[in-house]
Design a protein around this ligand. Structure first.
Ligand code: NAD
Length: 371
C-alpha cells in the first residue's frame, strides 16, 4: 500500500468550509484505493497570526517540510480587517509568498474549464461559449514583481515613495517555458505567450528566451499576445486559447478573469508545482463576504485535490473521476449560489450538500488505479 503524508492548511474565511468537503472526497479516494493518506492540519494565514502572532508558524513549516504534498485553503481578510495585522505579517506577504518561496513552486497551473453542458453558468453568450471553455493558464509563481526587492521611504522632496522591482533571469523564464511547451505538446500544440514587450523590458527577455527554446518543440505553434489584448480576447473568443503562459502578476490577474468567464472564482482550482514538492490551492481568496454561511462553492478546493492526485501521486484516473463527479452534480441540475441567479432553473445546494453529492457520484464510479 502506498502511504502519503499530506499537510492541510485550511486558511481563512471560507477555507475551513471548503476544505471539509475536499477532505470528504479524499477520504473516499483512500477507502477505494490501495493508498493511505496521513492528513495533518496546520495553522496558516490570518487565523494563525491571531492565534500565535505568526501567519506561517515554525510548526506549520515543519509539517509542510515532512509532507509529500500540501493542500492549502484560501487565506486573507477583508480590506478593513487586514489593517489589524502589521503589513509584513499580513497573510499574503507573511505566509503565502514564503510558502511558495520555501518550496520553489514556480509553475502554477490554473485550469479555466467549463464543459459545454455547463455553459449556462458562464456570463458569456452561448455562441461565445460554443463547445465549452478549456484553457490551462500556466503562471510563473516565484518571480517578478511579487518577489522583487521592495523599498519605501521619504524622498529628497519630502514625499513618501515606494519602489518595487520586477526581476527575472533567463533560467527562471526557461523553466516555466519548458513546462508550458510540454503541456502544449500533450494538448492542442498551440501555446499563447502573454507578454507586454511594447512597454516592459522584462517581457522582451521573456520573449527572447521563448524564441530560443521553442525550436526544441517544433510541433508547438506559438502565438504572441499582449496581456491587455488577451484580457479582451478571453471574453470575446475564449475558444481560441488552449495553453497560455505568463509571468506572475499577469497570471494573477488574468486567471481571475478566467474565473469570471466561467461564472465564478469557485470553479478555479490550481496546482503549484515545485521541483521536489507541490502544493494545491483554489485560485481565489478567502471570500470574507460569504464566509461561515455554507454557501461557498467547494469545486475549486475539491478540484485542487484532484490536481494533487494527478500531479503528486500518479492517480490521474481517480482525478478524472472526481472532475466527472463534480460536473455530474451540476449536470443533474444542481447549482451553488455563486453560479446562478435567484429564479434560475436550478436546484440550489449548500457547500456541504455539494460535497456529499460528489461523494455519492464518485462512489458509483469504478475506481481507476494509476494514471
Ligand atoms: P476573493 O477571491 O476572496 O473573492 C472575490 C469574489 O469571489 C467574492 O465575491 C467571493 O464571494 C467570490 N468567491 C471566491 N471564491 C468563491 C467560492 N469558492 N465560492 C463562491 N464564491 C466565491 O477575493 P477578495 O475578496 O478580493 O479577497 C479576499 C481575501 O483573500 C483578501 O485578503 C485577499 O488578499 C485574499 N486572497 C488570497 C488568495 C490565496 O490564498 N491564494 C488569493 C486571492 C486573494
Amino acid at each position: 500500500m502506498r502511504h502519503y503524508k499530506i499537510a492541510l492548511l485550511e486558511g481563512d474565511g471560507i477555507g475551513p468550509e471548503i476544505m471539509k468537503e475536499a477532505v470528504k472526497v479524499l477520504k473516499l479516494v483512500e477507502k477505494r484505493n490501495d493508498v493511505k493518506f496521513e492528513l495533518t492540519t496546520a495553522d496558516f494565514g490570518a487565523s494563525a497570526y491571531f492565534k500565535c502572532g505568526d501567519p506561517f508558524p515554525e510548526e506549520t513549516k515543519a509539517i509542510c517540510d515532512r509532507a509529500d504534498a500540501i493542500i492549502k485553503g484560501p487565506i486573507g481578510l477583508s480590506h478593513e480587517e487586514s489593517k489589524k495585522i502589521p503589513v509584513d505579517k499580513q497573510p499574503e506577504r507573511g505566509a503565502l509568498l514564503p510558502l511558495r518561496a520555501r518550496f520553489n513552486t514556480y509553475a502554477n497551473y490554473r485550469p479555466v474549464s467549463l464543459p459545454k453542458d455547463l455553459g449556462h453558468f458562464s456570463p458569456l453568450k452561448p455562441e461565445i461559449v460554443g463547445d465549452g471553455i478549456d484553457i490551462i493558464m500556466v503562471r510563473e509563481l516565484v518571480g517578478g514583481l511579487y518577489f522583487g526587492d521592495k523599498e519605501t521611504g521619504v524622498n529628497e522632496q519630502g514625499l513618501r515613495y515606494v519602489k518595487e522591482t520586477l526581476e527575472y533571469d533567463e533560467a527562471q523564464i526557461a523553466r516555466i517555458m519548458h513546462q508550458a511547451l510540454k503541456l502544449s505538446m500533450s494538448r492542442k500544440k498551440v501555446l499563447h505567450n502573454i507578454h507586454k514587450s511594447n512597454v516592459l523590458k522584462s517581457s522582451v527577455l521573456w520573449n527572447e528566451v521563448l524564441e530560443e527554446i521553442a525550436p526544441e518543440y517544433p510541433e508547438v505553434e506559438i502565438k504572441h499576445i499582449l496581456v491587455d489584448a488577451a484580457a479582451t480576447l478571453l471574453c470575446l473568443n475564449p475558444g481560441q486559447f488552449d495553453v497560455m503562459v505568463m509571468e506572475n502578476m499577469f497570471g494573477d490577474i488574468l486567471s481571475d478573469q478566467g474565473g469570471g468567464i466561467l461564472g465564478s472564482l469557485g470553479l478555479m482550482p490550481s496546482a503549484c508545482i515545485g521541483p521536489e514538492k507541490s502544493y494545491y490551492e483554489p485560485s481565489h481568496g478567502s471570500a470574507p463576504d460569504i464566509a461561515g454561511q455554507n454557501i461557498a462553492n467547494p469545486y475549486s478546493m475539491i478540484g485542487s485535490v484532484a490536481m494533487m492526485l494527478e500531479h503528486s501521486f500518479d492517480m490521474a484516473g481517480e482525478a478524472r473521476n472526481i472532475w466527472n463527479a463534480m460536473q455530474g452534480v451540476f449536470g443533474d441540475g444542481y447549482s451553488t449560489p455563486d453560479l446562478s441567479r435567484p429564479g434560475a432553473d436550478v436546484k440550489m445546494i449548500h457547500t456541504d450538500e455539494f460535497g456529499e453529492k460528489v461523494v455519492e457520484k464518485l462512489q458509483a464510479m469504478p475506481a481507476v488505479a494509476g494514471p
